[in-house]
Design a protein around this ligand. Sequence first.
Ligand code: 5GP
Length: 198
Amino acid sequence: MSRGILFVMSGPSGTGKGTICEELLKTEDIFLSVSSTTREIRKGEVDGHTYNYTTRENFERLIAAGEMLEYAEYNGNYYGTPRRTVEEMLSEGKNVLLEIEPQGALKIKSMFPEAVLVFVLPPSMAELKKRLIERGRETEEQIKERMDAAKWEMEQSPKYSYVVVNDELQGCVNEVADILHRRVKDSNFVDKLLRENY
Ligand code: 5GP
């Protein structure tokens, strides 16, 4: 059996990458890796589903035990990808989706050069700011921080395999799904070639 595809999505806060991932999970043959975080649980989030919420102490213990495939600090909180579940799913031939920020995504790229990295851009900075304001989750000061962070994140986008612009949700979801389909098709074809007698 061939290994699954590791699919990594990043994009600044407010670009809609979370919604794109939710849509992909509804229709595509791909599994979400649930990250661990030390940030507070938000309204509407579910422990064990949105994230595994934990303390800094426990998170640092997981890092020391080598249980994080990658981790990063973002806005003063730790976020990390569990090593065991991801490696198990890939070796079982399952495609795995990581929704992570660029520091972590680039670590994944160095460990798994075959991973597919997709960066989601907003159609404009004005639109990004508007979406953050309308979401109503952050204070004015936090919105300024998110906009500054967005600049650094977007500067990393040329290191990704693909860049998509989320100007219209369904169009963007289709574009990302096409990237995944193409990669699955290529991978199946290579497997077939490698099994041929010659
Ligand atoms: P939020 O607090 O808004 O849920 O997430 C903040 C940022 O952390 C987002 O860019 C999200 O993609 C990223 N993130 C979530 N889980 C992980 C993870 O396991 N590792 C890394 N490096 N980033 C993550």
